[in-house]
Every structure is written in structure tokens, then in C-alpha cells.
Design a binder for this molecule. Sequence first.
Ligand code: TRP
Length: 455
Amino acid sequence: METNQNRVNFGSKIGAILAAAGSAVGLGNIWRFPYETGNHGGAAFILIYLLCIVVLGLPIMMAEFAIGRHSRANTAGAYKVLAPGTPWRGVGYMGVLAGFLILSYYSVVAGWTLEYTWQAVGNGFAGMNAEGYTQFFADFSANPWRSLLWMLVFMLMTHWVIIKGVKKGIEKSAKIMMPVLFILILVLAVCSVMLPGAGAGLEFLLKPDFSKVTPDVFLGAMGQAFFSLSLGLGCLSTYASYFGKDTNLSKTALSVGLIDTLVAITAGLIIFPAAFSVGVSPDAGPSFLFITLPNVFQMAFGSVPFLAYIFSVMFYVLLALAAFTSTISMHEVVTAFVHEDWKLSRTKAAWCVTIFCTLLGVFSALSFGVLADMKIFGLTFFDFLDTLTSKVMLPLGGMLISVFAGWYLDRRIVWEEISNNGSLKVPFFKLYIFILKFVAPIAIGFIFLNELGLW
Ligand code: TRP
């Protein structure tokens, strides 16, 4: 196995933070967060989500960082290094599988962002109204060829960065793309909040109604927290295996968590005011972002068509780029595993992942059209994979990771990683271990039992 000293590293600390943030910030924030919030009744969901980020997300992220950097291996390899001969490597295998499954349906939505970029460049949305956008989305997503084509393009783009490697591919793209994305979503949020009738959207987003809180809301919020932070499947532990020795793990986790949360909330500030302003229902599901956004540009800049054009093109490009830094990270999890564990060359490993993921993705893509009636547990193939991964596999993975770091792993290893061998002060260390040992696993277990009605 390719471990230890001669393994590649990110070139800089800021590069490491941005790569991890690039993984975290993606469709999960801008596409999934708004529709999950919409499906689960708004502000109360967001509060529980924030709680999950702080209590579960940050501690587990630090644990993933520690596991990855200490073992300097892919996620399954990490458990073989840290717990040789034990069943713990199963956590790694489950993570690789989850990464593979998520990548397969995520790339479908990522493909949609390319279609929307394409339309925006050709000014194809000009002059449509709210019903027009809804119809456009329904027609496009049901069209087998277009969505398959774009998904394939997206997978090949991801493939291309992966074979370029960690430093030139992953780090460089994240460093350029992330800052531009932040600026643009801020501008759009300001525009959206100023739309006529935006108040109802803001209220939905900010005023909690606890009567809407059901066990589903808890599970949804927890799943969203894991999904959005790229947690639970060893993605960030794989990235941390490329971190330098002096990267401060707790600070990095805090930065990534903050950036990710800010982007999600700002995306909410863009989408909800606009949706309420034109009467798009917030529980529209996966289509929510795509039927609302064109309205934002139309209404915010409609009187100056040139601005509407520029802003929409830029936004869709950046949305695609945000998705891109995330697909890269998922692809990397699986590729690093196939490369190091099955001993294929990196390029061959990457091809395996690209080809099989695309094949599986076909079913998700078609589940908006010709396969819409193929149901598993009453869900379309796309929804089934999303539910299975984000609401079961990721939280379960997170629970096992926190048990592993809290109970199994030598306390000294955790301390060495969090304190960079004693060079950083970690006054919160005892509390941290307490959270890993008790708080996080019990909270996740409670949410599972609660959902199953066993509580
Ligand atoms: N967090 C990314 C997003 O919000 C998606 C993602 C990338 C992910 N890597 C992951 C989700 C690993 C779960 C696990 O779009």
C-alpha cells in the first residue's frame, strides 16, 4: 500500500482548507439544502440542522481528519493501518460504497447544472414565466438523451481532474473557484431579499414553527448535515491523508463547517424569497432550485436584460463548479481506494470508477423520465439512493467513526493529531473525547430509533 512519507501532499494549508471546503460546498448546499428545508417545513428544520453541524459534524470531521492524516491512506486502508486485522475496515468499505453510490446520482444533478449553463449562455430562458420554467425542467429532466449526455460530460470532467492528481488538479481548481463562488452568491442573496413579496420566504426561512417537527425532520436534518459536510464516508479522511504535518485540524474543521453553513444559509436567502415571490412551492423536491433560479435572474434584473444574462451565466457556471469540486472529492475517495487497495494504476483505477459510476447513474437519470415508475420502497431510483446514502449510510458511518476514534483508537494518536504533536494547545480535548465517546453516537442512535418509532 502506498502510505507514509512519499505520499503526495497538498501544497499549502490554505490549499488544504479550500480543497476540503470545495468538497463540502456543492449541490448539497445550493440544491439539496433548500429543497430539504422546503420539504421539512422551514426554520425549525434549519435549527436542528445547525445543531447537528455543531454537535455531530465538527467533532466527527476532526475525527476523520485525524484518522486520515495519521494513517496517510485511503479510507479503507486507514482502518487497516490503524486497526489491523479487525472488522473496522468494514467502515472503510461501507464508505467507499457510499461514495460510489452518491457520486452516481449526484452527477445526474451536476449534469443538470451544465444544461442550465448551456441554456443561460444561449439566452434560452429569456421571456419565460414561472410556469415556463417548471415546464422546461419537467421536459428536460424527462428527456433521456439530454440528461444522460450531460451526466456523461460531467463524469468525464471529473475524471480528467482526478487523473491530473492531487496538487495540480484538486488543489488548484479549488483555490480559484471557491472565492468567486462566495462573492456571487452574496450578491444574488441581496438581490433576492429585495424582491417584492420576499418577506414570506424570509419568514419561512427564519421563523421556526416547532409544531412541524416530526422524527423525519430530525433524520432529514442529520442526513443533510452529513451530506453537506461530506462526512461519514471517509471523504474528508481521504483528503486529510494529503494534509501537511502543520495543518491545524480543529481550525480546518471549524473553517470548513463555517464556510459550508454560510453558503447553505445564503443559498436559502437566494431561493426562498424568490420562490415565495413568484409562487413556486417550497416542497417541490429536487426540481426546486432549478425552477426557482431562472425567476431570480428574471425578476432581479429583468429591466436590464444584459445584467440578467451576465448574472445567470455566471451563477450557473459557478454552480457547476461547486458541484465539480464535490464530485472530484467523491471520485477521489473511490479512486484512491481502488488504486491503493486493488493495486491498479491511478489512471486505471479512475477509469473503473468513471465507467461503473456512469452506468449506475443512468438509472438515476432515467428515474425522472422513462423509469419514473420503477419504485424501490415507494421511491424512485434516484430518491432511493439519496435516502439510503444520506439518511442511513452517512450517519451510520459517522457513528462508527466517532466510536472508533473515541473508544478504539489510542488516545495518544488522537491527541497527537489534534495538537500536532503537542505544538498546539487543545483545552477542549477532554470535552472532545466525551463527545466522540458518548454524545455523538447516542445522538445518532436516538435519531435512528426515533425515526423507526422505537423510542
Ligand atoms: N458535500 C458535498 C455537497 O454538499 C457532496 C459531497 C462531496 C459528499 N463529498 C461527499 C457528501 C462525501 C457525502 C460524503 O454537495
